[in-house]
Design a protein around this ligand. Structure first.
Ligand SMILES: [Zn+2]
Length: 224
């Protein structure tokens, strides 16, 4: 007897939305794509040695064909990943896809910043993901994002001074960010003395900063 492989594909809108969240985040603005009911549409394929048999039900019930719930195709996801890799900010990527309309609006024309963030995570490119094309705003958003994390030990920002704020002994116009990961902190605790020395190669400015209380070194966190 021939060996066959049977696969059944269901409508992606069918079924009940099951939240994986622990209640810390609200549901995405478009809502879940699930309709909380069953849609009868399906495709069943039986792949044999010499032919493929397909049975399908093309009738969708209870929902419309809404573009915002369509998945983003693999080709488009890979294109987006390539753009992130080369450092293009999300808002520019969104504009590029919006301008690509060819009379038919496709899913790629309405991708959101959240989609781009998810694709960055999926392709392991979060380190390349820029929150804003102005560097200072991008850094500020990232610092605020770290600060929102309920697990404080995952926040590597130990000092953040924006321009225009007071933080002795720095000048008002100085900008300073100190990032210390858990691993770096462990190394510092093991081998360092009580002071850190920094050197700015642009204005040849040397400064010593006293590490206040160790651990956890947190001194100021000025996010306006
Ligand atoms: Zn359906």
């Amino acid at each position: 007897m021939d060996k066959t492989v049977t696969t059944k594909y269901y409508c992606h809108r069918s079924g009940v939305f099951k939240s994986k969240s622990k209640g810390e985040r609200s549901l995405k603005i478009t809502g879940s794509c699930k309709i909380d009911q069953y849609c009868p549409s399906f495709i069943r394929t039986v792949v044999g040695m010499i032919n493929i048999e397909v049975t399908y039900c093309k009738t969708h019930l209870v929902h419309q064909n809404e573009i915002r719930f369509l998945p983003i195709s693999t080709v488009v996801q890979e294109t987006i990943a390539g753009k992130i890799e080369s450092g293009i900010p999300p808002n520019v990527i969104i504009d590029q896809f919006r301008n690509e309309t060819n009379y038919n609006i496709e899913k790629k024309n309405i991708i959101t910043r959240k989609d781009i963030y998810n694709i960055s995570a999926k392709f392991g490119l979060l380190h390349k993901y820029k929150l804003h094309d102005v560097d200072a705003i991008s850094v500020d958003l990232q610092v605020k994002r770290f600060a929102q994390n309920s697990n404080k030990s995952l926040n590597p920002i130990i000092l953040y001074k924006t321009q225009g704020t007071e933080y002795f002994p720095l000048e008002k116009d100085d900008f300073m960010i100190i990032i210390l990961t858990e691993t770096q902190k462990a190394v510092l605790e093991k081998f360092s003395s009580e002071k850190l020395c920094s050197y700015n190669p642009i204005n040849k400015f040397h400064s010593s900063i006293q590490i206040p209380n160790k651990p956890p070194y947190r001194t100021t966190h000025q996010t306006h």
